[in-house]
Design a protein around this ligand. Structure first.
Ligand code: PLP
Length: 434
């Protein structure tokens, strides 16, 4: 569910007109809805309230300081994957004691930085990393809190590039060996084992993989709790969202933002209520704190990318809509073949549409936002919204083709705040010399 809908013929975010934002701040432009962020956060916490939970928002999904600070105020901690992310979390007002540090390749400098900050825990991905953390902790004479990331060898995730919980991926330690590795860790004097972690993939749209992974790890978690007195079990992130609204076939409103008319309904077999209903009975008997690391679920549908139609072009039988946003601004279609709904900012009367490819100006055939998409008649200068672009959108943006990265705006009701200015040409060469 989200706060983007048509109101008197114009697409609005909460109480703010999006075309007005496009004109004021230019395009391409990321726009985030504060109310949507907050409601996703609250819904998740409410659904899991029978458990003692700590939400650690996976900030690689969207790490704008304004987004982080709003989430920190709601009580969220952060799941980080680099020292840079830890730095951002603190700059946004997050507490180090609510930050966990994940990732398979932590450098010595990153480990030292995190130890000095006093983070909640390192989520350790290998025995070699455990040894390295121990060595760094010894030199700082500070015990390092760790949780091992256990790979449950369960298939999940919406795409090969976002499946993480099988042995075909680089993540975690094999679950069959976990107990032995915890035993070894317990003998390291500068290591304190505080938890256990899993994360099986991203954009998971059924509850079964979560349940299967939790069930597989439960005996291990119980044993770790009893033998090493670990305090928490992190069940990771990965909750999927609706990218492609389920419209009845032949529906005349194929271009409407998903959820606009069907508020409260979801096209996914996975709802947060089902997630909670399935997992709470499994987890509650542990009597442990449960960490959650959602990224996409919190921010995905809370953001859109606004873009302007630059040219219309016909090549053979193909129609192209060339817009001013490109793969460097939103990589997901090119990288994951992902679907993003695209809608005009001015509501159109129901009617026939034309199949078009929506493409950007970057010199790559892979530079597209949508392929063979039915869109209403468009003209140069029209504005479009690429929906559900709040997660893995700006954070994956680059300066490829020397394109300044877009501005970001946070909307709250009728107010809008520029939370990152558009990059300038000077930004493009900052740090370089000739
Ligand atoms: C990316 C990641 C997440 C968040 O995944 P989402 O699909 O965005 O919820 C959580 N935990 C870890 C360890 C991750 O790498």
């Amino acid at each position: 569910m989200h706060e983007f809908r048509y109101c008197r013929g114009r697409l609005v975010c909460e109480g703010t007109d999006l075309e007005m934002l496009a004109r004021r701040y230019g395009t391409p432009l990321y726009v985030y809805s504060q109310a949507t962020l907050a409601s996703h956060c609250r819904r998740l916490m409410a659904a899991l309230h029978p458990l003692d939970t700590l939400l650690c928002y996976a900030m690689k999904a969207n790490s704008n300081l304004a987004v982080l600070s709003r989430l920190a105020r709601l009580g969220s901690g952060f799941d980080t994957v680099s020292a840079g992310e830890l730095y951002r979390a603190l700059r946004a007002g997050g507490k180090a004691s609510r930050c966990v540090f994940a990732g398979v390749g932590k450098t010595e400098a990153e480990i030292r930085y995190a130890l000095r900050l006093g983070i909640l825990a390192f989520h350790v991905e290998s025995v070699a990393e455990l040894r390295r953390i121990h060595a760094v902790a010894a030199t700082l004479r500070r015990r390092a809190p760790v949780a091992l990331r256990v790979n449950p060898d369960v298939v999940a995730g919406g795409h090969a590039k976002i499946t993480t919980g099988t042995y075909e991926n680089k993540f975690g330690i094999p679950w069959e060996r976990a107990l032995a590795i915890y035993e070894a860790a317990a003998k390291l004097s500068w290591i304190e084992t505080v938890g256990v972690q899993m994360h099986i993939g991203s954009q998971i749209t059924t509850v079964a993989p979560f349940a299967q992974a939790v069930r597989r790890l439960l005996p291990l978690v119980r044993a770790l709790r009893d033998r090493f007195r670990i305090r928490y079990f992190s069940i990771g992130g990965g909750i999927g969202i609706v990218y492609r609204p389920a419209l009845e076939s032949g529906s005349p409103d194929w271009w409407r933002p998903g959820g606009a008319r069907r508020a409260g309904r979801t096209a996914l077999p996975l709802t947060i209520e089902l997630y909670a209903r399935t997992l709470v009975p499994l987890l509650r008997p542990l009597g442990m704190r449960i960490l959650l690391e959602p990224g996409r679920f919190i921010v995905g549908n809370a953001g859109v990318l606004l873009t302007r139609v630059e040219y219309l072009k016909h090549l053979g039988r193909k129609n192209y809509v060339i817009v001013d946003a490109a793969m460097n601004d939103l990589l997901r279609p090119a990288f994951y073949d992902s679907y993003h709904q695209i809608v005009p900012l001015r509501e159109r009367m129901p009617g026939r549409g034309t199949a078009v490819d929506v493409v950007g100006p970057v010199c790559e055939s892979g530079d597209f936002l949508a392929k063979d998409r039915i869109l209403p008649e468009l003209q140069e200068g029209d504005h479009l919204a690429v929906m559900s672009a709040g997660a893995y959108g700006f954070t994956m943006a680059s300066n490829y083709n020397s394109r300044p990265r877009p501005a970001e705006v946070l909307v709250h009701g009728k107010r809008s705040l520029l939370v990152r200015r558009r990059e300038t040409f000077a930004d493009l060469v900052r740090g370089e010399r000739k």
